[in-house]
Design a protein around this ligand. Structure first.
Ligand code: FUB
Length: 537
């Protein structure tokens, strides 16, 4: 399997908007004479994500509070369902006066890079952030691609200024970006994900970076020119990208997307995913102390925090793949509350409990796999894969490795299995399995459909093969029916594809197990513990 990271080419029910209440909210938010402000549309978020109907995807949230309004600057994912790339042409804004109300104003088509930065290419409107400067004007820090850049990586950070968080924006540094691989000094990193910060004393700081590289520098009060040289920031365990700097009660906090993957990682099991972790420091430039994980991996491979206090409560904004038609490159902004442990010094951020996006009990359905916990012969599953994908009900058009269980290794064995275990015996008379492949059937390398596969039911003492006709299509679900069996554990055993010398790996995107009649299913959490399981002595 080609276990490459996701391409970073760089280069409830959504209620109708029609109620009079929403119109009134809209009128309040728009109660401003600034003609150049973009028009906003009222939307109601009954749950996360805020925009959930799949019309507009929103990503990389950056909240800012201005007066009685919370604004969230977001990117916009426009990738087609089968495109694994960040197609991001413009920024959007979401605004609310009351998070709990679920009433937001959506400023679509807020700004495009080329509208404000003459030196920028269209597209790649990545994660930006708006802050208020010491002069009370608003500054937008935006990673964009520099046109005609001679740098190896063309990403650069521009700054635009406005008298309102809703614009209009003008370039605050028209001669070009304030950070790139060649300004203010040479670097070799990808210069994206800026997080600016103005301290209580009016001093200005900027952090940025990705792929494990975090840089910081102090800026002058003009918000654009460097006061000090770039510093490499260390101490933030697993730092990957998406830094977010803020201050609370005299302590500096930096939240970020972390990726220190492994079966025992407190952050993420799959290399492709990220958790949100944080560190604290006594000064804006560190030294930083890692403090732990605040948000587990979300459904999109990337995760991106924005944290803010609004009307006495703290919130984290982040993105997920949970909207209708969502995906790793079709992400949508969610918001949840952050709670603090003020008995600790410095105060600790508690783990965020994300608002559940789906009910924990399904409506009646024949597929009872979601009620099972999972195990595999290659446990712990290699860090690029996600065993939870087996029974999550999601089959993506263009999956990445965490969207499947897989068995690829440098020496693939002749046989592999995956297993479901239910809390109580269940009766089954069918199953459907959807493979993923990157090599044709009969290959002895890569990932191919198995030469053969079959199901086995646990009798309480041993594994009993189930007679059925087992298909091996690489392109569709392979459905089997069989005489009803009652069991607590079911195993799918795969005889690997082979060229006679070596074996290919197997990958499964979804494995459904069918009860004779539809039933309500309580969704299980976690994998099967090694013991007690359904293990033959
Ligand atoms: O949206 C593009 C990139 O994905 C951002 O710059 C990263 O933080 C990640 O969210």
């Amino acid at each position: 399997m080609t276990a490459v990271p996701p391409p970073r080419k760089r280069g409830g029910r959504s209620d109708p908007f029609s109620s009079t209440l929403l119109a009134a909210v809209s009128a309040l938010v728009f109660a401003t004479p600034a003609l150049a402000e973009p028009p906003g549309i009222p939307v109601h978020a009954a749950h996360n994500p805020i925009l959930s109907d799949g019309q507009y995807y929103s990503t990389d949230p950056a909240p800012i509070v201005v007066g009685d309004t919370l604004y969230i600057l977001t990117g916009r994912d426009e990738a087609a369902p089968d495109v694994n790339d960040f197609i991001m042409n413009e920024w959007q804004v979401l605004a609310t006066k009351n998070v709990e109300s679920g009433d937001w104003i959506h400023y679509r088509h807020f700004l495009r890079p080329e509208q404000v930065f003459k030196w920028a290419e269209p597209g790649r409107a990545y994660a930006g952030q708006i802050i208020q400067g010491p002069d009370k004007r608003f500054y937008l820090y935006a990673p964009v691609l520099e046109a005609n850049s001679e740098n190896e990586d063309g990403f650069a950070i521009g700054v635009a200024v406005s008298d309102s968080p809703l614009g209009p924006w003008t370039d605050a540094h028209p001669s070009g970006p304030i950070v790139s691989q060649s300004v203010p000094e040479a670097n070799k990193i990808q210069n994206i994900d800026p997080t600016p910060f103005v301290d209580d004393d009016g001093r200005v700081y900027l952090y940025w970076g990705t792929f494990g590289q975090l840089r910081a520098m102090e800026l002058n009060a003009d918000m654009v020119s460097p006061k000090e040289a770039e510093t490499k920031i260390t101490g933030l365990t697993g730092f990957f990208e998406a830094a977010w700097l803020f201050k609370r009660k005299g302590t500096y906090y930096l939240a970020y997307a972390a990726n220190n993957a492994g079966p025992d990682s407190a952050c993420t099991q799959a290399v492709y995913h990220a958790c949100i972790a944080y560190g604290t420091a006594p000064s804006p430039l560190g030294p930083w102390t890692y403090r732990g994980v605040i948000l587990p991996p979300v459904s999109s491979t990337t995760s991106h925090p924005g944290i803010v206090e609004f009307k006495g409560r703290w919130y984290i904004t982040y993105h997920t793949a949970d909207a209708k038609g969502g995906g790793h490159f079709r992400r949508s902004v969610a918001i949840d509350e952050v709670h603090w442990d003020d008995t600790k010094t410095p105060a600790a951020m508690l783990r965020v409990v994300p608002t559940p996006v789906a009910p924990s009990v399904t409506g009646p359905q024949r597929n009872i796999a979601p009620a099972a916990r999972r195990m595999a012969s290659n446990w712990p599953v290699p860090v690029q894969y996600g065993i939870a994908a087996l029974n999550d009900g999601i089959v993506r058009d263009n999956p990445l490795p965490p969207d499947m269980w897989g068995s690829w290794s440098p020496n693939n064995p002749a046989q592999q299995w995956v297993q479901y275990q239910w809390p109580k015996p269940v009766t089954l008379n069918g199953a459907r399995i959807r493979f993923w492949t990157d090599h044709p059937a009969g290959s002895g390398e890569g990932v191919a459909v198995p030469k053969a596969w079959h199901l086995e039911a646990w009798t309480g003492k041993t594994w009993q093969p189930i007679e059925a006709s087992y298909g091996t299509s690489p392109d569709a679900f392979n459905a089997v029916t069989f005489k009803p069996v009652t069991t607590r554990c079911l195993r799918a055993v795969f005889d690997a594809s082979t060229d006679g010398k070596t074996f290919a790996a197997v990958a499964v995107r979804e494995w459904e197990t069918l009860a004779p009649k539809p039933v309500k299913v309580t969704i299980a959490q976690g994998h099967v513990p090694a013991s007690p399981g359904c293990v033959a002595n």
